[in-house]
Design a protein around this ligand. Structure first.
Ligand code: HPA
Length: 273
């Protein structure tokens, strides 16, 4: 079965539940799953029940689609996402994003845990992603293009909507939450970077590095979704001293920054539509 038909089948299945329509979807990154506790849940559907959905395996990712509302707005939350390093194809990784569009979503808010490479960053900082560098990941649009999904050569001049960045900055200022802004460098992982790699990434003009998001954003732009994305800085890669980074440390740092993160996402959702 081709990808278009798979997306159509997955969305048809989800539509059988007669859930409220949502214009906003949220992708929750590592350690940021507590956001769902703020949702008034209408329906939860484990990924494994949805036709053609890959199944999440990473610690800290629970793997379900949650239909609910927050700040009076209906949203679809992806609690758990798929990473290329888990062995999924790039096309698997972006499948849920495409399904969101078929369900009527117009804007997707993406979050992730990322390593800071800007030396002024601290663990726990929030960084609005202004742009990304994708050349160290596998492009999910490689291969035959299906024009029913999106164009062969998508424009990437504004993958992260300026208007949404502007709104988020206003919200941060009003809430007294400092928001950094910068460029996310996408890698496949699963290794964290070497000292030399963190340095290279900074020299190439990025401010943070992570193992998700970029493929999702490419597919979102391809299919015509508006994107906002924010990183929680969970470690600082650029440090000279011994810099051992563990997944548990990343999850812990994300958990600590979670209330700040949730506050911004909640207000941003409240401001949409
Ligand atoms: N590098 C890549 N991915 C990450 C990091 C990092 O330092 N921290 C959290 N995700």
């Amino acid at each position: 079965m081709n990808t278009f038909d798979k997306i159509a089948e997955a969305s048809k299945f989800l539509n059988t539940f007669n859930i409220h329509r949502s214009k906003v979807a949220v992708v929750l990154g590592s350690g940021l799953g507590n956001f769902v506790q703020e949702l008034v849940v209408e329906k939860e559907i484990p990924y494994e029940n949805i036709p053609h959905f890959p199944v999440s395996t990473v610690k800290g990712h629970s793997g379900k689609l949650i239909f609910g509302s927050i700040a009076g707005k209906h949203i679809i939350a992806m609690a758990g996402r798929f990473h290329f390093y888990e062995g999924y194809t790039a096309e698997d990784v972006v499948f849920p994003i495409r399904v969101m569009k078929f369900l009527g979503v117009e804007t997707v808010l993406i979050s992730n845990a990322a390593g800071g490479v800007d030396p002024s960053f601290k663990v726990g900082d929030l960084m609005i992603i202004r742009d990304h560098i994708s050349m160290a990941t596998i492009n999910p649009l490689l291969g035959k293009n299906d024009d029913r999904i999106g164009p062969r050569f998508p424009d990437m001049s504004e993958p992260y909507k300026k208007e949404l960045i502007h709104k988020a900055k206003e919200i941060g200022a009003a809430m007294g939450v400092e928001l950094k802004e910068g460029i996310y460098y996408g890698v496949t992982g699963p290794t964290f970077e070497t000292h030399a790699e963190y340095r290279m990434i900074y020299l190439l003009g990025a401010h943070a590095v992570g193992m998700s998001t970029v493929q999702e954003v490419i597919a979102a732009v391809h299919i015509g979704l508006h994107v906002f994305a924010m990183s929680v800085i969970t470690d600082i890669g650029i440090r000279e001293e011994d810099n051992v980074i563990t997944h548990d440390e990343v999850l812990q740092a994300a958990k600590e920054a979670e209330p700040k993160f949730s506050g911004i996402f909640k207000e941003l959702i409240a401001s949409l539509y």
